[in-house]
Design a protein around this ligand. Sequence first.
Ligand SMILES: [Zn+2]
Length: 89
Amino acid sequence: MARQLPLRIPMITLSLPGLIFLYVMLFLGVIFLIWVACEMVRKIREHRALQYRLQCTICGMIYEDRSAAVLPRCPRCRSLNERLKVKAY
Ligand SMILES: [Zn+2]
């Protein structure tokens, strides 16, 4: 019968404070990644929501225009407006 040699698994020795530190850092890293992903999704949704929204430079009316016109016309004062970004506060 062949003798079986004890299986040697390489181990990393870690003290208890080191283990707690590693656990906390991994936990915070996961929280940070989730936060970054949520922020990216929020910005994408905000961009899509405000993509066609315009603000008239004459009367200040905020309206939506989904046409391909370069200078869309304001429905209230009929002035032409550039497609500038409307800030969401
Ligand atoms: Zn207007």
